[in-house]
Design a protein around this ligand. Structure first.
Ligand code: AMP
Length: 232
């Protein structure tokens, strides 16, 4: 899943993975889980990654690619895989294609979610998450029943450190500079599916599934079975 921070990749991944029967790997979630490793017990790479994440910057390609490589089993999952927040640079996309080839598999499609920039800023600044169960709320569009308390597990909701105003602008700039070129990378290799992501989350999920199904039909119509087996 591709798209700017705040577009709803994580929310859609949670909905799509069970629908498609795939496993789900979120590089952002893996880094956030690293935050609970106590000081002094983190590897230097994890410390560097967490520092970049707090500032809203991208983690270096080497660290991210190594981290995905360590989880390559996920790419061989029988039901397929869904990657959320990876790749984010052309270097990561190229490394992913090589890694997939090594694993005897491939990427069928890159789903690119788009929304207006102002919507992104509103979504990011109002987002609150539950550190215990990862549920996501929004102070205006999806408020919890009790202010500051998770509906699902009663955990105390927090604002992600990188959802503060300074980090949001750094993240959007990093996206413009590093991730936008990926759109061309996947368009040129005929794997880009563009989804308008403004509206209710269920509608966006249905839109994505419909587009994936259509894509599968197109692929069969082209009869190009050897080049790209349909896995949806
Ligand atoms: P996310 O939850 O996907 O918004 O990711 C949160 C943060 O983790 C990002 O702002 C980056 O600091 C870091 N991160 C996650 N995935 C990547 C990636 N593929 N490349 C570089 N940094 C990443």
């Amino acid at each position: 899943l591709l798209g700017p921070p705040g577009v709803g990749k994580g929310t859609q991944a949670e909905k799509l993975a069970p629908e498609l029967g795939t496993c789900h790997l979120s590089t952002g979630d893996v880094f956030r889980q690293g935050q609970i490793v106590p000081d002094g017990q983190r590897s230097p790479a994890l410390d560097t990654a967490l520092g970049a994440m707090r500032r809203g910057e991208l983690v270096s390609d080497d660290i991210v690619i190594d981290m995905v490589r360590e989880r390559a089993g996920c790419l061989r999952c029988r039901g397929g895989f869904l990657l959320d927040g990876f790749p984010r640079t052309v270097a990561q996309a190229e490394a992913l294609d090589s890694l997939l080839e090594e694993q005897g598999t491939h990427l069928d499609a890159a789903v690119y979610y788009t929304v207006p920039r102002q919507t992104l800023i509103e979504r990011l600044s109002g987002r609150r998450t539950c550190p215990s169960c990862n549920a996501v709320f929004h102070i205006a569009s999806r408020p919890p029943r009790l202010p500051g308390i998770c509906d699902d597990c009663s955990g105390r909701l927090v604002q992600r450190a990188d959802d503060c105003p300074e980090s949001i602008s750094v993240r959007l700039a990093a996206y413009d500079q590093n991730t936008t070129p990926l759109i061309d990378y996947y368009r040129k290799t005929n794997r880009l599916l563009v989804v308008e992501a403004d509206g209710p989350t269920d509608t966006i999920c249905m839109r994505t599934l419909a587009l994936l199904a259509e894509y599968k039909v197109d692929y069969h119509d082209n009869g190009d079975r050897n080049a790209r087996p349909a896995t949806f």
